[in-house]
Structures are given as C-alpha cells and as structure tokens.
Design a protein around this ligand. Structure first.
Ligand SMILES: CC(=O)N[C@H]1[C@@H](OP(=O)(O)OP(=O)(O)OC[C@H]2O[C@@H](n3ccc(=O)[nH]c3=O)[C@H](O)[C@@H]2O)O[C@H](CO)[C@H](O)[C@@H]1O
Ligand SMILES: [Mn+2]
Length: 310
C-alpha cells in the first residue's frame, strides 16, 4: 500500500495521467486512506454500514471529532447478585481502555449497592449506581436488562449522556475501545458466528415467539453482550425488545437465547448503522484466528455453578 501511495505521488509530480479510480481512492488526511483498509475481512455491509476492524479507521481523526462535540458516553452494566464479583476488574480495565480521553458515566445496575467496589477514576468519568431488583433465574436477569435500560433511558440517561453502550459484566477490557464504535445504532458480531452462514445462526425459529426470524432472513448473528447507539435509538431498541419478551412470557415462551434472540430479530428489521467486529467481544476459548489483530474486550471465565442463580 505505501508502495502504491508512493507510486501515485510520483505520477502526480511527473504530471502523468492516472487512471480515474486512483483519483477517487486518494485522500490526504492525517494518513493516506489507502492504509485504512483490509482485504481479508468484510469492511462494509450491503446497506453501507461500516464494520469496525483494527486497521480500518484513524482514531486520531475520530477522537478530534468526538472531543469537539464534547460527547459523553454512558456504559451500562448489570451486576446482580453474585455477578458483583466481576465489577472490580471490569471497571479497572475500562479505566485503562474504554473511551480514553472522553467523558464517561458508568451506570452500574445492581441489587447490592454496598458491594460495588470503589475504583479510582480519571477526570470526567463517574460511576452511577442504580439500585434495581433481582430475579431468581439468570435468564430472567439477563432479559430484564432490556426493561431497565429502556426505563432509565427516558428517565435519566437522555439528560446525561449522548450515547449508550450496553455490555455484559463478566468481561475485561484488554485493548482500546474508543469512539470508533459510536454510531446511531450498533451491534457486535458474535465471536462464535462471524464466519458462519445464515443457516447455522442460532436465531429463534419457533413462529410462536416474537423473536422468530424466518430461515431466509437475517444478515449477521449479533451478540447479546455488546450493543449501543444514541440514547434515543437504544431506548427504541430496548423498549421494543422488552415488549416482545413480555408478549412471549404471556404465552409461556422464552426465546432460545433470551434477549439476544430478540436483539437479533430487532436488527433484522432495524439495520444497525455500524457493526463491531468480534475484536470487541472475544472469548479465548475460541482460539486466536489470524484476522483478529486486537482482542479488545474478553470474556472472563466463570464457574456457572458457583456464580449463576446465587
Ligand atoms: C457475551 C454475550 O454475548 N453474552 C450473552 C450470552 O450469555 P452469557 O453466558 O455471557 O450470560 P451471562 O451469564 O453473562 O448473563 C448476562 C449478563 O446478565 C447479568 N447477570 C446475569 C445473571 C446474574 O445472576 N446476574 C447478572 O448481573 C450480567 O451483567 C451478565 O453479564 O447470552 C445471554 C442470553 O442468554 C445474554 O444475551 C448475554 O449478553
Ligand atoms: Mn456474559
């Protein structure tokens, strides 16, 4: 690529005619545009939403843009019952890697406020503890996140932040997660399915469920553990998913992957404006493929028997 750029510059200085597509490709921002591309992964959806991989963007340009707008990002995370044990590492690593240099509110939803650890925070960053109820089943806790996020979005978040990012707590940040993820509505490719075909996506298939996706529809399989957007878009998404979950409940049905199934259904009919690669939600149990240049946000191994429903 640098060879190509050098070649183009030489052509310009010699006043040589370039084929027209070279002119379209060339741009002189901080670095040459040609260096911000990947040929080994899909960089854009058929509806022109970027798919964010390391090597496809310039964080210097993006940081300037978002700093100028003085953007505040809300990171919502649930630590109900035993899951409070994940908060320390989650918050400590978020301070190192999440939206460095930007304003951040951590919204910690918990039934155990006294067990939220005190973590040293940089300027412009706050932890806001929101006391909420618990449920006996882990599936119910996971699903009710939709209800709680939608409720607090219109009640509080809309007045405090520009964007919301919603993630699992049994995770740690391991590399930069910055403003390159922000967009009106974004989802993340599930690490188990980014290379799979539609036929093997684990969408809900029972037509009785509101989360049902027909066999011939759907673009990607998105993870339940990382999505976001503007407060307005996240409100619409979480409200719709919660309503669908309640309709299912009234019929005595629970989607195969709980709210992840409903999220996937939502994204079929409300296309995300940006998609995050599995760099943003990885699990080392899957290995370390070549295409993965960064592992930004990693699953923390957990003993299900000791943690769930406790
Ligand atoms: C990485 C990822 O994509 N994870 C998704 C996956 O499961 P996981 O197996 O990762 O689910 P999980 O046990 O992490 O539960 C989801 C989240 O709910 C919260 N929680 C759960 C139980 C509890 O007792 N206390 C508590 O606080 C906590 O924030 C946790 O991270 O599938 C779930 C639905 O089946 C959700 O869609 C998760 O987002
Ligand atoms: Mn999890």
């Amino acid at each position: 690529c640098t060879m190509l750029c050098d070649f183009m510059e030489r052509c310009f200085s010699l006043h040589l005619q370039l084929p027209p597509y070279f002119l379209l490709l060339h741009c002189d921002s901080k670095e040459h545009c040609l260096s911000h591309r990947r040929t080994d992964v899909l960089m854009m959806t058929p509806w022109f939403a970027p798919i964010v991989w390391e090597g496809t963007y310039n964080s210097e340009i993006l940081n300037e843009e978002f700093r100028q707008r003085n953007v505040t990002v809300g990171l919502t995370v649930f630590a109900i019952k035993k899951y409070v044990v994940f908060l320390q590492k989650f918050l400590e690593t978020a301070e190192m890697y999440f939206m460095v240099g930007h304003r951040v509110n951590y919204y910690v939803f918990t039934d155990r406020p006294e067990e939220v650890p005190k973590v040293a925070l940089k300027d412009g960053r706050n932890v806001v503890v929101l006391k909420v109820q618990n449920y006996s089943r882990w599936q119910e806790i996971s699903m009710r996140r939709m209800e709680m996020i939608s409720y607090f979005s219109q009640k509080q978040f809309i007045n405090e932040v520009n964007y919301l990012v919603s993630v699992d707590v049994d995770m740690r940040f391991n590399d930069e997660v910055g403003v390159e993820i922000l967009s009106n509505l974004f989802g993340t490719l599930h690490p188990g399915f980014y290379a799979s075909r539609r036929q093997s996506f684990t969408y809900e298939r029972r037509s009785a469920s509101q989360a049902c996706v027909p066999r011939d529809e759907g673009d990607f399989y998105y993870a339940g553990g990382f999505f976001g957007g503007t407060v307005k878009e996240v409100y619409k998404l979480t409200k719709k998913c919660h309503e669908a979950i309640m309709l299912d409940k009234a019929k005595g049905i629970e989607a195969i992957w709980q709210e992840e199934s409903h999220l996937n259904k939502y994204f079929v009919y409300h296309k995300p404006t940006k998609i995050l690669s599995p760099e943003y939600l990885w699990d080392d149990n899957i290995g370390r493929p070549q295409i993965l240049k960064k592992r930004r946000f990693l699953a923390v191994p957990k003993n299900h028997a000791a943690i769930r429903n406790k």
